[in-house]
Design a protein around this ligand. Sequence first.
Ligand code: SF4
Length: 204
Amino acid sequence: MDKKTALEALSAEIRACRRCPLGQTRLQAVPGVGFPDARVVFVGEGPGYQEDRKGEPFVGPAGQLLDKILASIGLSRQTVYIANVVKCHPMKDPSNPDLRGNDRPPLPEEAAACMPFLQRQLAVISPEIIVALGASALRALAPQVAGLTKVRGTWMSYSLPDGKTFKLLPTYHPAALLRNPNWKKDVWTDMKALRQELGLRENS
Ligand code: SF4
């Protein structure tokens, strides 16, 4: 089975999943988007209110900022893959899906239930590099390390249960940058390191 077909099958499985309580209340699961043969996979925390409605990751203001970050080093949604640790949005009040304000980090049990999907996506795509966007993604991919601010921009590694290992680069989540614009220079530093690791030209 080719990578595109394998990812589509996995996405269908995710859309039907009810493995954890988030699956009971979400409007749409958000499997992920991007290039099946991507060299880089960007991993965020989980779908927010807008992603829950569209079924796509990073579609709000944070998503627009992620697009700019990608473009700054010559990447795009068409050349990378974007997914989250958990695939379903935590609904604030299932009886009123239009209530906002519950974009919380996943609970440990939610992340544990959903991580096998991300691991299977990584196994299919087999990227060179994973970029962990924010503390929740880092916690899921490198639970042994200190907080994000201590290790941001540090090259690490992530191994699948079968031992396949990828380079891992933690940086801030775009939503955090919207709240703390002074962190943008750190993310720019990290993106330059990513560009260099990928061997991309400065104006590519
Ligand atoms: S968050 Fe993940 S494990 Fe939980 S229901 Fe959604 S797809 Fe399934």
